[in-house]
Design a protein around this ligand. Sequence first.
Ligand code: FES
Length: 79
Amino acid sequence: MSVQIRFLPDDVTIAAEVGEPLLRVASRAGLSIPTGCLMGSCHACEVELEDGKIICACISSVPPGCQELTINLFVDPTW
Ligand code: FES
């Protein structure tokens, strides 16, 4: 089963598999998420889900049970 992942603010949509690591989905989409520790402790890789939840991309993967997911990468540091 595949899930449509939409990355903001670039507005790039790509199909991903449930369980696929978010960092890999982003790199397949041609986007890069900044990373540091890759262990969920430095929070360099934080992204925001459509419901406003902040997650660490390095330890997250595509969740089951949804057909599309919007992920905000915060690449614009002006806020
Ligand atoms: S890279 Fe450090 S928390 Fe994800």
